[in-house]
Design a protein around this ligand. Structure first.
Ligand SMILES: Cc1cc2nc3c(=O)[nH]c(=O)nc-3n(C[C@H](O)[C@H](O)[C@H](O)COP(=O)(O)OP(=O)(O)OC[C@H]3O[C@@H](n4cnc5c(N)ncnc54)[C@H](O)[C@@H]3O)c2cc1C
Length: 372
């Protein structure tokens, strides 16, 4: 642990992030999930509070306005911050992947985005997945980038582009390269199991100057791989934060609810839900921290990330489902966050690479390791 983040300070920051989520972000989730103007205003209010309390942009570099935490330190907070899908946006760390990607692969024109991004004045989206082709196979993407005298001309469609409705720029995979552009049009919003936040966008004869290419021509999938390693690790930590929240609710309900003269907690079939959920959370957490340690050390973590991604996604899906079961009908209604957590758990098994893709890729890597 570096001297600026000793154990005592780490504990304090963890507690404050945890309290901010519980007391400020969780109560706003219904408004934030609905999207639109009201959600934007609510998010702006939360961001103002996070800034005032010194909790803003903690893992972003100091020289561009962040809190300067290293990856290892941030990983220890990411579960708490991720206990709501809106936590990273409210606390200003949602741009971490873009910031790291632009710092490493962006030219000066793209690096100009860094300070406004960290300040929360602008936001960006990341567009790889396309209608009509398998997102699991990025080589199949059909969006084209054709060279012109001073850059490229982009044409194509992307969908499930998170946050594109309010984004100032989008990073687009086209013809094997990654480009940053502000020139895209939002075609429609795509609700995911009823929740806002995903969009279909079009790129119609979009001119991108050379200095908005990330890395070199043809580097797109390599850069995307670097981004995904950290992105998937963070996603696992956040899913665990949400699973822990569903677990807490389930345990409280099991203890308080009386059925035929005894608490639900006394029923073995309910105890089974509690046991299986704790087993899933603790196993997935151990796998996720193995992956996180390797990612923080910039080591090859592909096997560990594959294992962690599948374990964490399954865990959130399973634990939120168990919690709904223990709550009964109330668990399906609007009075608890369980439907939201179950929705995120369901989507988790598809996004950031469908579970099946991770199972096959990881198994192949494991088999190769053994053969070697
Ligand atoms: C909430 C949400 C947010 C998202 N945000 C973004 C974003 O911001 N930017 C972005 O670019 N994309 C985003 N996506 C898209 C996501 O990355 C893709 O959904 C994912 O990569 C899978 O691609 P696909 O949906 O095209 O499914 P496909 O690739 O068509 O796969 C469909 C199914 O086929 C099976 N399958 C796939 N591969 C294999 C395999 N190797 N072995 C066996 N079975 C397999 C699986 O059952 C899989 O679910 C988001 C998706 C969701 C749901």
């Amino acid at each position: 642990m570096p001297p600026e983040f000793p154990a005592e300070r780490k504990r304090q920051v963890l507690e404050r992030v945890s309290a901010f989520l519980r007391e400020r972000v969780w109560p706003s989730e219904t408004v934030l999930d609905a999207g639109g103007q009201a959600a934007q205003e609510e998010l702006a209010r939360l961001r103002g509070e996070a800034k005032a309390e010194g909790l803003w942009a903690l893992p972003l570099p100091r020289e561009i306005g962040g809190g300067g935490l290293g990856l290892t330190e941030y990983f220890s907070l990411a579960e708490q911050e991720g206990s709501s899908d809106h936590g990273p946006a409210a606390l200003g760390s949602a741009c971490l992947l873009d910031v790291r990607m632009f710092q490493r692969f962006g030219r000066p024109a793209v690096k100009e985005l860094l300070k406004p991004l960290v300040a929360g004045e602008i936001s960006g989206s990341y567009a790889m997945t396309e209608p009509g082709v398998a997102g699991s196979d990025p080589q199949a993407a059909r969006t084209t980038a054709v060279r012109t005298s001073d850059g490229w001309l982009l044409n194509g469609r992307k969908w499930f582009t998170s946050g594109a409705g309010s984004a100032s720029y989008v990073t687009v995979l086209a013809s094997g390269s990654l480009f940053v552009t502000t020139d895209f049009s939002v075609k429609r919003e795509i609700p995911v199991l009823g929740a806002a936040g995903q969009f279909e966008i079009a790129l119609d004869d979009v001119h991108v100057p050379h200095d908005h290419l990330l890395g070199e021509e043809g580097d797109g999938l390599r850069i995307a791989g670097t981004r995904l390693a950290l992105g998937r690790t963070l996603r696992c930590l956040r899913w665990l934060g949400m699973a822990e929240r569903a677990f807490d609710l389930m345990c409280r309900r099991a203890t308080e609810r009386q059925v035929s003269g005894s608490a639900l907690a006394d029923r073995q079939l309910v105890q089974q839900h509690v046991f299986e959920s704790a087993l899933a959370i603790r196993s997935a957490r151990a796998l996720t921290h193995q992956a996180a340690d390797l990612v923080a050390a910039a080591a090859d973590a592909r096997i560990e990330i594959g294992l962690a991604k599948v374990a964490a996604a399954r865990t959130l899906h399973q634990v939120s489902d168990s919690a709904i079961q223990v709550f009964g009908a109330e668990g399906l209604g609007p009075d608890t966050p369980l439907p939201m957590l179950a929705r995120i758990g369901r989507a988790a098994r598809i996004l950031d690479g469908a579970d099946e893709m991770h199972v096959s890729d990881t198994a192949r890597r494991l088999l190769r390791t053994r053969a070697d």
